[in-house]
Design a protein. Structure first.
Length: 231
C-alpha cells in the first residue's frame, strides 16, 4: 500500500484536503453503486468528481441497505431482485475449496444469502491480512497489535461494500451500522486496505458483475417440470 499513487489513507490524513473529500459513508455509497468498476477505481472517480457521487436530495443521506432498490439496480438488471441460489453458492464453495480458502466451519442455515455473507466476511479477514501472512495469495499480515475495533470495522466495511455491489439483501451491522445511522466517530481504519480487499475478494470470481452472476446460477433440471414422470 505504500506505493499506491492513489493512497486514500494519505489523502484523508491531510487536514487541508478533508473539506473537499467525500465522507467515508458517502465514499462507500459511491463504491456500492458502481459494481462495473473496481472498488479502487470507483473511489478514484468519486475523488475526481465528488459532486457525481454525493446522494441527491431525493436519495437517503445514509447508504441504503444492500438489497434495496438502489443497490439492486446498481448490480444490473440481470441480478436485480434475484436472491443467490444454492447452485451458485455451491460453485463459490467449490472454488474456495480449490484455493484452500474455505473456512473449516460453516454456519448451519437454509439461506444461501446468509452463507454467502459469512463467506465474504471470512475472505475479508484473510485478504485484509487480519488472519496473518498468506504468501501464496500475496497477503501481508496487518500490523502487530492492531486494535480489535479497527479489525471489526474494516471487516464490516468490506463485507457491506461487497454485499451491496452484489445486490445482496444484507444490512449493515455492528459498529458500521451505528456509524452510518447515528454519525458516531469512526474507529481507526485503513481506507486503502478496505478498497484493496474488496477488489481482491471480488477478483477471485472475475469481478463484482461476474461474481453476481455466479451466485445466481441455477442448474437446469434434467426433466421438464410440466411433463409427468413415468413410474
Amino acid at each position: 500500500m505504500d506505493v499506491n499513487p492513489h493512497s486514500f489513507d494519505a489523502l484523508y490524513s491531510e487536514p487541508r484536503e478533508r473539506s473537499s473529500l467525500l465522507s467515508w459513508d458517502e465514499l462507500l455509497c459511491a463504491i456500492r453503486r458502481s459494481p462495473q468498476l473496481t472498488a479502487l477505481d470507483a473511489a478514484v472517480v468519486s475523488r475526481s468528481c465528488p459532486e457525481a457521487s454525493v446522494p441527491s436530495a431525493a436519495e437517503p443521506s445514509v447508504p441504503p441497505a444492500a438489497g434495496s432498490t438502489a443497490s439492486a439496480e446498481a448490480a444490473g438488471p440481470d441480478t436485480a431482485n434475484r436472491a443467490p441460489t444454492w447452485d451458485g453458492l455451491n460453485t463459490v464453495i467449490a472454488a474456495l475449496r480449490g484455493k484452500d480458502l474455505l473456512p473449516e466451519t460453516l454456519p448451519t442455515t437454509r439461506s444461501p444469502t446468509v452463507m454467502l455473507v459469512h463467506l465474504i466476511e471470512e475472505l475479508a479477514l484473510v485478504f485484509a491480512g487480519h488472519r496473518g501472512d498468506r504468501p501464496k495469495l500475496g497477503v501481508i499480515g496487518s500490523e502487530p497489535g492492531i486494535d480489535r475495533a479497527q479489525v471489526r470495522f474494516e471487516t464490516e466495511c468490506i463485507t457491506w461494500s461487497i454485499a451491496g455491489r452484489l445486490g445482496l439483501r444484507a444490512a449493515a451491522t455492528g459498529s458500521l451500522k451505528r456509524y452510518l445511522k447515528d454519525g458516531d466517530l469512526m474507529p481507526p481504519i485503513s481506507r486503502d486496505r478496505v478498497l484493496y480487499t474488496v477488489d481482491a475478494v471480488e477478483g477471485l470470481f472475475g469481478g463484482a458483475l461476474t461474481f453476481g452472476e455466479t451466485i445466481r446460477h441455477e442448474t437446469p433440471s434434467l426433466f421438464s417440470l410440466d411433463e409427468p414422470l413415468a413410474v
